[in-house]
Structures are given as structure tokens and as C-alpha cells.
Design a protein around this ligand. Structure first.
Ligand code: C2E
Ligand code: CA
Ligand code: CA
Ligand code: CA
Length: 282
């Protein structure tokens, strides 16, 4: 066993250091990306299922790497979370979204409420709500113009500090949405303790809602729970009219997904806002 262990060690060691080196490298590159404007935001509209009115949009981060090209968030957000870089990355996202909203307003557009994804490390920061308030002030935006998207797991971490921040956020007037609802490990008790506005049904339940009775049952249960707590329900990852019809029949309020639009860069989103027939609900 010892011999085998040594063999394994010899076999894995160089590869592991290689991996560790790559990670460090990527981390340094990500640090640079944040300060050198290699990041940008794309926006995905959210539409009411009965009125077709625009009810919101979600800002999603992208990294245009000078050599590697476009890197999706799943390839760098986990690294950013592990290294703590997600706090400055999240700051960048918040600023960029607020700056964009101000630019759209100045151009005479009426952008809907914009959801921003927040990581656990950001929520535990002492300055979390202060930073948001500061950006809203700087770009002269109403607190209702943004929404914070948190996962269940994120809400459960460091609960006292987080609950305090969420209460302050609510007092400020910023909406709160629970992302990927039903996929995290959590008790539902937090729904009574914090002021939630919206539940977002994860795309894993939406994907085969028309064919998988178990997923349909989960979606139905989430909608029933949400309704009884007077929350808005949105489904993400809606790709087909069949899914939309099914979700409508289950009482879902609104949808986000390729059926309506892919996430769009700011200029394309502006064009989309101009042409969408049912204008935004404010
Ligand atoms: P998420 O918040 O659950 O975002 C939804 C993901 O589903 C997005 O992937 C979006 O592009 C994708 N999507 C939208 N419509 C459809 C559809 O109809 N079908 C399918 N199959 N997919 C659809 P994306 O943009 O790659 O983001 C992945 C994850 O990265 C996000 O999941 C979120 O957890 C994280 N993320 C993205 N932007 C940020 C950010 O600014 N900050 C933080 N902390 N995390 C972010
Ligand atoms: Ca999200
Ligand atoms: Ca989600
Ligand atoms: Ca998701």
C-alpha cells in the first residue's frame, strides 16, 4: 500500500501543482479582469405570463479574456468565491449595472427593475447595504430599480449578520428574490424571518415540467407556497411555449428564458426594450 501510495503521489503530484498553478494564474488574471474592464454585463428580460409585460431583467456577468475569449460565469464565479475575489467582482457588477441603468434612463428608455446576483461572501460584508445605497445615490436611482438575487444557501450562511443586512436592504426599498428556489439545503423558516418579494424556480425543475410529473409537482408546490406567502413567482430557463403554457396553468406569474430572449449585451438590450410591445410595468 505504501508503495502504491508513493506511486500515486508521484503520479498526481506534478499534475496537482500544475492545477494549483493554473488556478493561481487564473486568479491573478481575474483580479486584472476586474480592474481592466474585461468584464461586462448581459441582460435577460423577465415577462409576465398573462400580460406579456416586461416585469424585470437579470444582469449576468461575462468575462472577455484577451487570449481565451469569452468565459462563462460558471468557469470563474466558483474560483472568485473561493478566493474572496467575489467581493470586488460583485462590487464591479453592482456599479456596472447601476451605471447602465442611469445611461438607459438618460437615453429616454424605461428599463425595468434589474436583478443582480449576490454571493454569500458579499452578503456577510459589513458594508454590503452601504455599498448598494452608495451606488444608488451616485447614479440617482430609486431603490426599487434594483433587486438582489440570493440563493437559499446564501441566506442561511452567517445568519445573524445576513438577516440584519437583509432587513436594512428591505428598509431601503430594494427588492429581494430567492434564486434557484428548491435546490438549496435550507429550512423554509427563513421565509418568515426575512422580507422576500420573489421566488425564482430553478431551471432544473422547469426543463421537463411538461413531461416529468415529479418536477411538475415540485413546481406546483413552490407556486402554492409562494402564493400563500404573497410572493411573486418567476420561472427561469423557459425555452418552449409548452413550458410557458404549463407554468401559466400552474399559476406562475412570470418567466425568464430563451423563449423570450437570450441574455443580451447592453446595446442589444436597449434595442429589445425599444421594440418590446408591452412596455414595462413599474
Ligand atoms: P443563475 O443566476 O441561475 O442564472 C441563470 C443561468 O441560466 C444563466 O447562465 C443564463 O444565461 C442561463 N439561462 C437563461 N435562460 C436560459 C434558458 O432558457 N435555457 C438554459 N438552458 N439556460 C438559460 P449564466 O449567465 O451562464 O450564469 C450562470 C450562473 O453564474 C448564474 O446562475 C449565477 O449563479 C452565476 N452568475 C452570473 N452572473 C453573476 C454575477 O454577476 N454575480 C454572481 N455572484 N454570480 C453570477
Ligand atoms: Ca440568478
Ligand atoms: Ca437562477
Ligand atoms: Ca440556476
Amino acid at each position: 500500500a505504501k508503495q502504491q501510495g508513493q506511486r500515486l503521489l508521484r503520479f498526481f503530484s506534478p499534475e496537482m501543482t500544475q492545477r494549483a498553478r493554473e488556478r493561481l494564474h487564473l486568479e491573478a488574471e481575474l483580479r486584472r479582469a476586474i480592474t481592466h474592464d474585461e468584464l461586462f454585463l448581459v441582460y435577460q428580460p423577465q415577462v409576465n405570463l398573462t400580460t406579456s409585460k416586461l416585469v424585470g431583467m437579470e444582469a449576468l456577468v461575462r468575462w472577455r479574456h484577451p487570449e481565451r475569449g469569452l468565459i462563462p460565469p460558471n468557469a470563474f464565479i466558483p474560483l472568485a468565491e473561493e478566493s474572496g475575489l467575489v467581493v470586488s467582482l460583485g462590487d464591479w457588477v453592482l456599479r456596472a449595472a447601476c451605471r447602465q441603468l442611469r445611461a438607459w434612463l438618460d437615453a429616454g428608455l424605461t428599463p425595468p427593475r434589474t436583478a443582480i446576483n449576490i454571493s454569500a461572501a458579499q452578503l456577510s460584508e459589513d458594508q454590503f447595504v452601504g455599498r448598494i445605497a452608495e451606488q444608488l445615490r451616485l447614479y440617482v436611482l430609486s431603490p426599487q430599480s434594483i433587486e438582489v438575487e440570493l440563493t437559499e444557501t446564501c441566506v442561511m450562511v452567517d445568519s445573524e449578520r445576513s438577516f440584519q443586512s437583509l432587513a436594512e436592504l428591505h428598509a431601503l426599498g430594494v427588492h429581494l428574490s430567492i434564486d434557484d428556489f428548491g435546490t438549496g439545503y435550507s429550512s423554509l423558516a427563513y421565509l418568515q424571518q426575512i422580507a422576500v418579494n420573489k421566488l425564482k424556480i430553478d431551471l432544473s425543475f422547469v426543463r421537463d415540467v411538461t413531461t416529468n410529473p415529479n418536477n411538475a409537482a415540485i413546481v406546483r408546490a413552490i407556486i402554492a407556497l409562494g402564493k400563500s406567502l404573497d410572493l411573486e413567482i418567476i420561472a427561469e430557463g423557459v425555452e418552449s411555449p409548452e413550458q410557458a403554457d404549463h407554468l401559466r396553468s400552474l399559476g406562475c406569474d412570470s418567466i425568464q428564458g430563451y423563449l423570450i430572449s437570450r441574455p443580451l449585451p447592453a446595446d442589444e438590450m436597449a434595442a429589445w426594450l425599444r421594440q418590446w410591445p408591452a412596455s414595462s410595468e413599474q
